[in-house]
Design a protein around this ligand. Sequence first.
Ligand code: LLP
Length: 413
Amino acid sequence: EAAAGPAIRRLADWSAADLTELADEYGTPLYVTDLDRVRENATRLQSAFPDADVRYAVKAHTGRAVLETVRDAGLGAECASAGEVVRALDAGYDEVQYTAVMPPAEDLDIVLDRWRDGADLTVVAGAGDTVTRLRDRGFDGRLAIRVDPGVGAGHHEKVTTGGHAKFGVPYDRAAELVNDARADFDVVGIHAHAGSGISGDDLAAHRELVSRMGDLARSVGPLEFVDVGGGFGVPYHEDEPPLDLEAVAEATRESLGDVDAELAIEPGRYVVADAGVLLTRVNTVKAVDDAGATGKVPVVAGVDAGMTTLLRPAMYDAYHAIRNLTDERPARPVTVAGPVCETSDLFCEERSMPAPRRGDLLAIGNAGAYGYEMASTYNSRPRPAEIVLAGEEARIARERETIDDVTALEVER
Ligand code: LLP
């Protein structure tokens, strides 16, 4: 079994020389994903939750090499769409969970085709209406009911799912739905998810969610599993402590109490976040006129990655550590800005860091989760390439898109 490694890999732990070599060879912007680190994170989760079924939320990073690495580490797969289900099955997962969120008809059709072909699928329905649509399509397989636990948590309100009417059936109606569904389906579990980016401060909310799920499980009788969701956070600030996974595991066990079912969790970010960095090259440097409060002249550094490459800062005001791999210079307030014509296209604003020069290479940390996955082609900007590292080997996992790729679906009249 692979060693689980330290609880967090900081940006400073990456070799500047190795990353620079990769950027020189493959160009920028470039995602670099370390598969050994993915395996360590997966292993650490399993040792913290030894008797739980750990299902990787593939939405955090669906690259084939990552999926295979996580599968080899023994985790299952949790999917949010037909596309993710197809990817997980193609990557060789033998048990796949499909957590249907407002499922488009085509998603249900594709997933149920796979089920008819013999795939071992569990469908999680978050609405009575979804159960009806599954029944209408002749599905009578493994079903779980997603519940709104009435309590949520997360790094931003945009990713706090618990307590929002969009997700799950109201807690008070869940037992009835489970019992009704038993007539037509093999009801194997109940499911809830608090949100994404849960920190040590959110432990009380996590306990509350788990204890409500324990109560529900006891009230509906035997189930195969109680899935209490994912959301385990990782530190994005370099001085933030890592989540105490053992404490979370202990709180989970304690709050769940005795239930006639296996515990299931579905973390995404925790598995891949610190296994990835984004490399980007400085192309423009300009000094701002006013010295400002610090007495140091702020600098705006333009880079070739933007909100189309890594959306999190623009979308959630998310903090990502940034390291200049080229040179260490005296710190000054630096704004790192992408090439997209939106003011939100910034990786940081007046952050104290060594002033970059044109040509410098910057590394952006914790880019492994929800990085490439949320990339877009806005501004007709091709999506970046991705390199995966395994031991001493580096290989291309996703080719850089070209402008021809971006326009390929355009239909001329
Ligand atoms: N299970 C369900 C039902 C989920 O909706 C999610 C995430 C997860 C598991 C995995 O959560 P994780 O362990 O990765 O926190 N794009 C956002 C995060 C969105 C999360 C959506 N759902 C971000 O970049 O912060």
